[in-house]
Design a protein around this ligand. Structure first.
Ligand SMILES: [Zn+2]
Length: 435
């Protein structure tokens, strides 16, 4: 479908779903600044960034995603849901677009459709497009048969969103920092019989809060991308809610006017926020996470301290690997692994489905070096639903291990792919080779 047709569809859809308003964020000053530069100055170096936002709160009571026992549709909105995009451009031909969603997950079908249409519309290589979902359990079950119109709206909105973020590209300083937050707890508790889905304060966690801060040419903070590895399951009621990640984004945007905050879900497949089940805890976890983001990026410092300023080339690689099952009659699952390198500063690994925390811990163990890039591991990217447990979790059994009959060798296949793609993004041909 052409870009023009997509825009028309979006408008038609927007008239049906009154909340579907695309908002280009606030980069007027940045855009004016970019007009003042000669074309060769922009092309000769210097990073650019652009952000865009679209509200994706359903207007009608769609089925809700995440809890099989909650059969009734939503009955209202506690907090709007958003899709957000950030485009990063290294000024020398390297570009990447990250889309983050206050939704349960990113299905392969949605990912494929949006990647294909964004490539057609603006020439962005699929390997350069990352789509991540927060895994809020208070969003729509958009794959449901009753949600076909919402699904069409969502696809069109995300294509438009990527296009908008690229259109907003303007000179920017990008810096990476990290902090920690401790409300995520492992939820696999061993008993004599089996592993229970129950808080386990002794189980493995990934409490890292990686943050990318984007400043405009005047030094003003315009974008914050931040990650955390924890289910967005403080709440399971029948109202639309971004959960702790929704509050963290809202607080950062309220406290820093002009900032767009984007949440990137980590490998939180076996991690839950505690305490749970009261709205005040979703707010508190959101405040805790927002405060960690501020610590990581020192939002009021310019020039930044304790941060890595990102420069050099953006290189991206994406591979769809086959993950086998113990049931040999079942066809292997096609699983996306993506690596995005931001110069010498950041190596972002984005895994599909609900990856358990062992993946993030192992990848950081194998890739972090004293002089190397910061390593950021996202899960819930480009593919959903289903858990993808580590070898340890598969052998132990329990809730996360039982969703599919995975072969225990899936972890080695995924880690091998991460190594291949990380190697590929070390060379200038990385992006081209992975298209
Ligand atoms: Zn989950």
């Amino acid at each position: 479908m052409s870009d023009r047709a997509g825009t028309r569809d979006l408008r038609a859809c927007a008239s049906r779903l009154a909340s579907c308003v695309v908002v280009a964020v606030a980069c007027t000053a940045m855009r004016v600044e970019s007009r003042g530069l000669a074309a060769d100055e922009v092309a000769g170096g210097g990073w650019r960034a652009g952000v865009a936002v679209v509200r994706i709160t359903p207007e009608r009571p769609l089925p809700m995603a995440g809890y099989a026992g909650r059969k009734e549709p939503a009955e209202g909105t506690e907090q709007d849901l958003f899709a957000k995009a950030i485009a990063l451009d290294d000024g020398a031909g390297g570009r990447t677009v990250w889309i983050t969603l206050d939704l349960i997950g990113v299905t392969a079908e949605l990912r494929e459709a949006v990647a294909r249409r964004v490539e057609e519309a603006v020439g962005l290589a699929p390997a350069a497009l990352l789509i991540n979902a927060s895994h809020t359990h208070c969003g729509p079950e958009y794959v449901h048969a009753d949600a076909a119109d919402y699904r069409r709206f969502l696809e069109d909105a995300l294509v438009e969103l990527a296009d908008r973020a690229i259109a907003e590209l303007a000179p920017a300083t990008v810096a990476f920092g990290s902090a920690r937050a401790a409300f995520a707890m492992n939820r696999r508790t061993p008993t004599r019989e089996r592993f229970l889905n129950h808080p386990n304060p002794s189980g493995p966690v990934d409490h890292a809060v990686p943050v990318l801060g984007v400043r405009d040419a005047q030094g003003g903070l315009r974008g914050l991308v931040f990650g955390y590895a924890c289910h967005n399951t403080t709440m399971g009621f029948r109202r639309w809610l971004g959960d702790y990640a929704g509050y963290a984004q809202r607080y950062l945007e309220e406290d820093h006017p002009g900032v767009t905050a984007l949440f990137m879900m980590g490998c939180g497949g076996d991690q839950n926020p505690y305490p749970r089940s009261e709205l005040k805890y979703a707010e508190r976890h959101g405040r805790t996470l927002a405060t960690a983001v501020e610590a990581a990026i020192e939002v009021n410092q310019n020039p930044p301290r304790h941060q890595r300023v990102v420069s050099g080339a953006i290189r991206t690689a994406l591979e769809t690997i086959e993950l086998p099952f113990t049931d040999t009659l079942r066809p292997p699952h096609r699983y996306p692994v993506q690596v995005i390198r931001l110069g010498d500063a950041v190596l972002l690994v984005a895994l599909g489905m609900e990856a358990t925390v062992d993946y993030a811990l192992r990848i950081k163990t194998e890739f972090v070096t004293p002089d190397g890039p910061a390593v950021w591991v996202a899960g819930y990217s480009n593919d959903y639903p289903g858990y993808v447990p580590s070898r340890r979790v598969l052998l132990e059994g329990g809730y996360e291990a039982e969703s599919r009959p995975w072969d225990p060798g899936v972890e080695e296949r995924i880690i091998a792919a991460v190594h291949r793609l990380a190697d590929r993004t070390r060379s200038p041909t990385g992006t081209a080779a992975s298209r």
